[in-house]
Design a protein around this ligand. Structure first.
Ligand code: SAM
Length: 280
């Protein structure tokens, strides 16, 4: 059966290049080009944008991004076995696909991409959260990218968009929603992937706000939320005890009862607390 871009179907690509999935690289491939085009479309209009893709693998999503009109795709892949398959895509889209062989954790965005930039990826599960936190914490805001459209395990996606008092609410929700609008735009069953993972997955779309929702220092917010949620069922007066002497008074000063628990506290209150902790 033919494909819209004239390249072979992904099952053939995988067979031809012997791309047996490696678990340690988080390889769960998407082989349905209609689905990868749909994920690419959920990133919004790609024309005129550079797109960073982490982990292109055999290139299903890469092909979706190119077919949906991305000006240029920069795809960073750790597994050298995928490079010949990706070279075939680059040849079909001259000058529009740059493949970098390496670890996405080592990538300097500014060296390879020109604004406007969107990041779109079916992330390897083992480094997904770490990459998200890095993209959320550049020294200067707004960041180089305007949006992130990322596939995670559904449970991680729920942690990113969670609201106070929910089971998934925690540090990841606060860090993401402090500087971004975040929503789940698609959920996928295990069978959508080859091989099928044990869990469901979801695509989260985050758009960068021009400035953080409430003022405070990123590192202080990180520290406060990490400590507060480390023992999420404990009262804040005890989970934050080691943060600063006189934490009860600091909490009361920003209107948070010292007996409250982290999961009850909204983003605005955490930002007020981070400012007060820094000032104390
Ligand atoms: N994009 C492809 C798709 O949707 O079918 C593959 C997605 S698969 C979930 C994750 C991909 O990330 C694999 O190709 C894997 O080799 C690659 N990968 C794993 N760790 C990586 C890292 N640290 N840096 C770059 N790529 C990585």
């Amino acid at each position: 059966m033919g494909t819209i871009d004239g390249l072979p179907p992904l099952r053939e690509v995988i067979r031809a290049h012997d791309l047996v999935a490696k678990k340690q690289l988080g390889q769960n491939f998407l082989l349905d080009l209609n689905l990868t085009a749909k994920i690419a479309r959920s990133a919004g209009d790609l024309t005129g944008c550079d797109v960073l893709e982490v982990g292109p693998g055999p290139g299903g999503l890469t092909r979706g991004l190119l077919a949906e009109g991305a000006r240029r795709v920069v795809a960073v892949e750790k597994d050298a076995r995928c490079l010949p398959a990706l070279a075939e895509i680059a040849a079909a889209y001259p000058g529009r696909l740059e493949v970098l062989h390496g670890d996405a954790l080592d990538l300097d965005l500014a060296r390879h991409l020109t604004a406007p930039v969107k990041i779109v990826a079916n992330l390897p599960y083992n480094v997904g959260t770490e990459l998200l936190i890095r993209w959320l914490s550049p020294p200067v805001w707004p960041p180089m990218w305007s949006s992130l459209t990322l596939m995670f395990q559904k449970e991680v996606a729920e942690r990113i968009v969670a609201k106070p008092r929910g089971d998934h609410y925690g540090r990841l929700a606060l860090l993401a929603q402090w500087r971004c609008n975040a929503a789940i735009v698609m959920t996928l069953p295990p069978e959508a992937f080859t091989p099928a993972p044990k869990v469901h997955s979801a695509v989260v779309h985050l758009t960068a706000l021009p400035e953080p929702r409430f003022p405070c220092d990123f590192n202080v917010l990180q520290r406060v939320t990490a400590m507060a949620f480390n023992q999420r069922r404990k009262m804040l007066r005890s989970s934050l005890k080691a943060l600063k002497p006189g934490i009860d008074a600091i909490l009361e000063g920003v209107g948070i009862p010292p007996t409250a628990r982290a999961e009850e506290i909204a983003l605005e209150q955490f930002c007020a607390l981070a400012r007060a902790v820094q000032a104390a």
